[in-house]
Design a protein around this ligand. Structure first.
Ligand SMILES: *[C@@H]1O[C@H](CO)[C@@H](O)[C@H](O)[C@H]1NC(C)=O
Length: 360
């Protein structure tokens, strides 16, 4: 009797002591990241291309079919992007808005924006082909953003905000798929291997500029298995109209790039270690392969997009008159280039441990 009594007392004391600590720990986790900043291509663009003159837009149905209120925001998918899920995970906001939206409040700007632009790439020639925003212009916008914030909340606060922010960069596919392997310009003067090195020099330059601008926690997404993009299968596979297997050649380019990218990031990590910068490689290749061929997840279709025939549609080819599959969650790809929200959600989950490693 007295033993049970003291046990209860002890438990009460334990909870009285522990409960506030637990609550504190939870809110501390959220406050570890001040904001999220995104750079890159359509895998990261929440609608910046709505504000520029380019055919590479997606602010019309059926894009956004499964977004909040079914709004076609300009995200190249049926719902949210991986970065929206990451923003939620680190506790800064629900959706990452496009920087070029002039109606964003200071409060909204303060927790981060995306500068990404669909169809861009690291090669300065790639955004010129599609008339979209280059990576160096995205950095310019980031500088402009900082000036705006300094005027609104002060210099020191802005610097701290940037220091504690999470940066995610996702680009590179268009450099190979739209540029190198389609146009005869770069392929005339570079081999695949030297072109990969050329891109990675631009990656390094970009990271240098980002660090110069105060970025300290940087996650860099690698390339997906490009040979498994439905459009690449359609255009480059021998069995495009039967089995539709992935095109190994294109995926091997991605693997080669990814391994060189990881070396590059290790080098950059050493170079900027004295600044307290942390760089992480975010692997999208492995998780996507698991979804496409691994049967680890319960997708029904991986080699067709949900929109239209699923063979070639993307941007204006996936439009209000396109057939749309009933349930996009059963598809890895939404159109013939871009993942579904379900795929982005699963990818964002696999990123979590790596994101923890640079933000904690
Ligand atoms: C869509 O498919 C997913 C995955 O198979 C399933 O969990 C979900 O219930 C489906 N939704 C509808 C409305 O049928």
């Amino acid at each position: 009797m007295s033993l049970l009594y003291s046990f209860i007392i002890l438990m009460l004391i334990f909870f009285m002591l522990e409960a506030p600590i637990l609550i504190q720990a939870q809110s501390k986790k959220n406050s570890l990241v001040s904001a999220i900043f995104i750079f890159g291509d359509s895998t990261a663009d929440p609608g910046n291309n709505n504000y520029i003159s380019t055919p590479f837009k997606s602010n019309f149905s059926p894009y956004g079919k499964d977004f909040l209120n079914h709004v076609p925001t300009g995200r190249f998918t049926n719902g949210m992007l991986a970065n929206d899920f990451i923003a939620r995970y680190v506790g800064v906001k629900e959706y990452v808005p496009p920087y070029l939206d002039q109606s964003l409040s200071i409060e909204e700007l303060k927790t981060g924006v995306s500068f990404a632009s669909a169809a861009t790439g690291f090669d300065p020639l790639t955004p010129k082909i599609s008339n979209v925003i280059s990576l160096s212009k995205q950095i310019e916008y980031f500088k402009e953003y900082q000036e705006k914030m300094k005027a609104a909340i002060g210099k020191e606060q802005t610097q701290n905000l940037i220091k504690e922010a999470l940066f995610i960069i996702s680009a590179g596919t268009n450099d190979f798929v739209v540029n190198y392997n389609t146009l005869p310009i770069r392929s005339k003067s570079y081999t695949l291997s030297t072109y990969t090195d050329f891109l990675l020099q631009h990656v390094q330059l970009f990271l240098q500029k980002l660090v110069d601008q105060g970025a300290r926690r940087i996650g860099m997404v690698g390339l997906p298995p490009m040979g498994c993009l439905p459009i690449v299968i359609t255009l480059h596979s021998d069995d495009a109209f039967s089995k539709r297997n992935c095109v190994e050649f294109y995926s091997s380019i991605a693997r080669d790039y990814n391994s060189k990218l990881q070396n590059k990031l290790n080098g950059v990590q050493i170079k900027f270690a004295n600044l307290g910068s942390r760089f992480a490689y975010l692997d999208i290749y492995g998780p996507l392969m698991d979804m496409i061929v691994g049967h680890k997840y319960d997708f029904e279709k991986a080699n067709y997009g949900c929109c239209g025939t699923g063979l070639v549609e993307g941007a204006f080819l996936c439009n209000p008159s396109s057939y749309v599959c009933k349930n996009a969650s059963k598809y890895v790809f939404w159109d013939s280039i871009h993942p579904t929200e379900k795929t982005y959600y699963l990818i964002s989950q696999t990123f979590q441990p790596t994101i923890d490693s640079i933000t904690k």
